[in-house]
Write a protein that binds this ligand. Structure first.
Ligand code: EPU
Length: 304
């Protein structure tokens, strides 16, 4: 079987310019931790991503990073190809309220754009970082609402670069979950329909912004660490169990909101993962409630 190094040296010139070797990834995660990708690409078009996938198809694991706001990138060398969707960021309006949005488009920018067009619906997303692709993959949301409620269609590529289209009836979703993320595909764009803005949207927007004031938004973190167990707030449980201030290396539980783990300097991903385990076992030991992480560890989208 051809080695990845040989494969790399046989890349056509245009792909050689796109694919980098030994790329540090920590800056692509909001936590600022993680290792080095053996091969890395940040394609600027759907066609370029298809070409890359066709070249690498079946030859190595492929990892995908969106906005990096909800993931832990493993430490050390990440063998295979890592793809960032950050340069797939076009938006194409198909009507007053409907747009096809590429997966790397920023969620905060989407919210600003639709509010500027007198559209509404996404107020609950006020202050949520990341890209629309990541937001759909994890049905990002707050206050019982989620992004997937506004999605008509998801377009994704399989490991061989073939386009797959999932209409609304062909996927399901729930609290911080969307079935497409289990399909082994890369989301490349979503078709979304918003609604006309309403008088009450402003208040909803500012209420969500206010709730964010009790979150450590100026520190490096991956957002809320755990999902809220039904009927409970994970932050409140962690706080009641005395987790604030617990640390492993430079990973520390925030003093402002206990469901946030911060990188206060040189934390590694293993420090963060160990601290997650410690917090979960403290809550289980004290309260008998199992916390499930909301943050995901980067794992291959396609394996060989
Ligand atoms: N609380 C504490 N101590 C803490 C943290 C919270 O007592 O350390 C209490 C608060 O005082 C409040 C309750 O717990 O009474 C709930 O806290 P908060 O309003 O902050 O809401 P949350 O349930 O912790 C959820 C989402 C957030 C979203 C906020 C605001 C989850 C896991 N979290 O947080 O989403 O920003 O509502 O809308 O669903 C994320 O997904 O990354 C995230 C941060």
């Amino acid at each position: 079987m051809i080695s990845l190094d040989n494969l790399y040296s046989s890349l056509p010139d245009r792909l050689m310019r796109t694919i980098k070797e030994n790329q540090p990834l920590s800056q692509l995660s909001t936590l600022g931790t993680g290792g080095v990708a053996e091969f890395f690409a940040s394609p600027e078009s759907l066609e370029e991503l298809q070409e890359i996938l066709r070249f690498y198809a079946g030859k190595c694991p492929v990892y995908v990073i969106g906005g990096g706001s909800n993931i832990i990138i493993p430490d050390g060398n990440i063998k295979g190809l890592t793809i960032s969707t950050r340069n797939l960021k076009s938006i194409n309006w198909l009507g007053n309220f409907t747009a096809e949005i590429q997966s790397g488009f920023s969620l905060p920018l989407l919210l600003k754009t639709i509010r500027g067009r007198n559209s509404g619906g996404l107020e609950f997303a006020a202050g949520i970082p990341g890209t629309i692709g990541g937001a759909v993959a994890g049905n990002a949301g707050a206050g019982g609402k989620g992004i997937c409620d506004f999605v008509d269609e998801v377009r994704a590529l399989d490991s061989a670069g073939n386009l797959r289209i999932y209409r609304r009836s062909e996927f399901d979703y729930g609290y911080r979950r969307c079935s497409i993320s289990d399909e082994g595909v890369i989301i490349v764009s979503v078709l979304m329909t918003f609604r006309e803005s309403r008088a009450e949207d402003e208040k909803e927007f500012s209420d969500f912004m206010t709730r964010r004031k009790n979150q450590p938004l100026n520190s490096r973190s991956a957002g809320c660490t755990f999902k809220n167990p039904e009927g409970y707030s994970a932050g409140k449980l962690l706080d009641e169990c005395g987790c604030k201030g617990l640390c492993v290396g430079d990973a520390v539980v925030s003093d402002i909101h206990a469901n946030f783990i911060l990188n206060r300097g040189k934390a590694s991903s293993s420090d963060v993962l160990r601290l997650i385990e410690i917090c979960a076992s403290k809550v289980y030991g004290d309260m008998g409630i199992k916390l499930e992480p909301e943050i995901k560890t980067l794992s291959p989208c396609f394996c060989v």
